[in-house]
Design a protein around this ligand. Structure first.
Ligand SMILES: [Zn+2]
Length: 383
């Protein structure tokens, strides 16, 4: 994620903080400081309200982190993969690159976060009682306040607004009945409905409950809406490509350029072969990929002296047996138009975005013909 700084690593998972979170910290410190002064009484509060507020804001940040870690630890225990945790202005995001298998684990993974927040909230509330009784009035109030925030965090995330945690539970519950694509589409539809509702409440408020123009609620509305649409598309693609291997989609194009070839030569080859990229080979092994963009980025007079190896981009190991879905993800993450396919160190073909699109269209057509296991109608598949 762009605009995020790494602050720690836990069990190999990088933990990052997005700048938006840092922007909101002073505001939260001010807001929580007011709450402290109001709760204890400004004349009886020992210490500056802003100091208490800043402490509470950092404690909330740690609470969100604990919530996200609960998701991640469950995912890791059940064979999933977590690439990173990022804390944003509106909460945390755990990027789970591989989900634990099965709807039950998916539901439990989604529940782990809110459950942890609720337990933490109740513990803080209970713990505040002896603190207040012992005369540590400020600490008692702060613990109770933080407890309340954690309970809110847990309950709010349980709303069935996919891709929020509650929405993920709904999707998991629907998967057995509707299949993964339809379950995601249904959960995303409900999620978008909630996003509109959050947006309306955020703009106009609810008399006596919420004041109008709540920027947090508007941001959450935006995040839920975009997230629902994005995940819905992703699951559809993933399902359409499921079970397909690179072997079935790749084209046996084995032309390549040498690492020592000049960019002038590479450019000529790209034009002649009508390719957007060519694999770079050295001693018979693929060492990278040179794209049209990379060639054009070098000024024309310098292309004669620049070697292909200097502008080649590293490529992941793709074999004919690689899952088509993994290949698509690699292409998307690296923003490459195609990837070389290698077997026993030898270049055996290329997989392009067009090859993948062809595979997806074929699966869609097959699905429409049979209306079979994919259960994807022609209308839904293009939204
Ligand atoms: Zn969560």
């Amino acid at each position: 994620m762009r605009g995020a700084i790494q602050i720690a690593t836990l069990r190999g998972i990088p933990i990052r903080v997005h700048y938006s979170f840092l922007l909101v910290l002073p505001f939260l410190a001010w807001l929580f400081g007011l709450a402290m002064a109001g709760g204890i009484g400004p004349e009886r509060l020992r210490g500056h309200p802003l100091v208490w507020g800043a402490g509470l804001a950092v404690a909330l940040f740690l609470s969100v982190l604990v919530h996200e870690l609960a998701h991640s630890v469950y995912a890791l225990r059940k064979g999933g993969q977590v690439s990173d945790i990022t804390l944003l202005m509106i909460g945390g995001v755990s990027r789970i690159t591989r989900m634990p298998e099965g709807a039950k684990h998916e539901a439990l993974m989604a529940l782990a976060g809110p459950a942890t927040s609720l337990v933490l909230g109740v513990l803080l509330r209970v713990g505040s009682v002896p603190l207040t009784a012992a005369g540590a009035e400020e600490l008692g109030f702060a613990a109770a306040f933080l407890g309340g925030l954690n309970v809110f965090l847990g309950l709010f995330n349980l709303l069935p607004a996919f891709p929020m945690d509650g929405g993920r539970v709904v999707r998991a519950l629907l998967t057995g009945w509707l299949g993964r694509v339809r379950a995601t589409q249904t959960a995303a539809f409900i999620g978008k409905g909630f996003a509109v509702l959050f947006g309306l409440v955020g703009l106009f408020g609810v008399p006596g409950l919420w004041t109008p123009f709540n920027p947090f609620l508007l941001l959450i509305a935006f995040y839920v809406f975009m997230g629902a649409a994005g995940e819905s598309r992703e699951v559809l693609l993933q399902t359409l490509l499921s079970g397909l291997r690179v072997r079935e989609l790749m084209t046996p194009r084995t032309s390549a350029v040498g690492a020592e070839d000049s960019l002038e030569e590479v450019d000529t080859r790209l034009r002649a072969e009508r390719r957007r990229a060519l694999p770079v080979v050295e001693d018979g092994r693929v060492v990278g990929l040179v794209t049209q963009e990379a060639v054009l980025r070098v000024p024309a007079p310098r292309r004669g002296q620049t070697r292909a190896r200097e502008v080649a981009q590293p490529v992941p190991e793709l074999t004919p047996e690689t899952q088509a879905w993994d290949a698509l993800r690699e292409m998307g993450q690296r923003q490459l138009p195609q990837l070389p396919v290698v077997q026993d160190g030898l270049l055996v073909g290329t997989l392009t975005q067009e090859d993948l699109v062809r595979g997806i269209q074929r699966r869609e057509l097959e699905g429409n013909q049979r209306n079979g296991p994919w259960g994807v109608g022609p209308r839904e598949s293009h939204t």
